[in-house]
Every structure is written in C-alpha cells, then in structure tokens.
Write a protein that binds this ligand. Structure first.
Ligand SMILES: [Zn+2]
Length: 153
C-alpha cells in the first residue's frame, strides 16, 4: 500500500529533458496538483523555475517572484483544487537522494506558513545513476522522509 505519486508521462519527459538541457548545473521547478480520493498525490502541472532562478553545480533555487503569480492563477482557475505540492530539481552528477541541503530546504517549506503545505514532496532526478525518486516530508518518519512510489499515467 502506501501513498503513490501520479505524474503524466509527458510531464516527466519534460522534466528529464530540462534536466539534460541544463547539465552540468542543477535546475528545477514547482509541482502543483491535488490529492485524489484514494489519498494519492496527482501532479497536474509544473511551474518553471524562471529565468532568474539560481542554477549552480550543486544548488538550485527557483525565482519565487516568477512562480507565485503563476501558482495563484492556477489555484484560482481550478477553484482551489490545484495547489502547491512541492518542487522538483535535478542532481546532474549524483543519484536522486535527499542531500543535507535538500532536507534543510524541505524543513524550511514546512515551517513557512505561506507555503500552506505541511507535507511537501521533492521529486529528484538523478543522472548518475539515472533515477527518479519522490520524497515526502512526514513528521513520524526517520529523517522526516518517506519515499513515495511514482506512477505514470
Ligand atoms: Zn538536491
């Protein structure tokens, strides 16, 4: 059992394409979507990191000023169904693990009231080896991390 994360094949392809495009630096973006009736997470769309995002060898930080209005619009147009789920980013030289910095970033999102997300997910694209993993912040798990199964549709 366990919670699954559903992502459209097309969206995942887009993410992998962008990962390859930016090698050797990291890139990423915002994941938006909703929970379905079974409690699974559905990634409905992604919001680009933006031109002013910081893309470094071992660091990615999105341009939140670029992302926020886009998120607001999606939220309104979906009648408050589609909300912020978390973020994705690439690891151009390593696997899809949660680094110390990633865990710190995740905790910051949890503690930030405006993010309105108590259990953010991080989708990480590793390239060495190539792998895609999804992690969710969960209070009771070791290191506050639960790895969720990814399903394509
Ligand atoms: Zn990372």
């Amino acid at each position: 059992m366990g919670t699954k994360v559903w992502i459209k094949e097309k969206l995942l392809s887009k993410i992998i394409e962008e990962t390859n495009l930016w090698i050797p630096v990291e890139t990423g973006g915002m994941l938006v979507g909703y929970k379905d009736l079974a409690g699974d997470i559905v990634i409905a769309n992604i919001i680009e990191g933006g031109d002013k995002a910081h893309r470094e060898l071992d660091y990615f930080n999105p341009d939140t000023e670029f992302q926020q209005p886009k998120l607001s619009r999606i939220y309104k147009n979906s009648n408050s169904l589609v909300t912020y789920l978390g973020d994705w980013h690439s690891h151009p030289k390593s696997s899809a693990y949660m680094s110390k910095l990633d865990r710190k970033t995740m905790r910051r999102i949890v503690n930030k009231k405006t993010s309105m997300q108590a259990n953010p997910i991080f989708l990480i694209i590793g390239t060495s080896p190539f792998e895609v993993k999804c992690w969710r912040y969960e209070e009771l798990k070791k290191n506050n991390l639960n790895r969720l199964k990814i399903k394509l549709f």
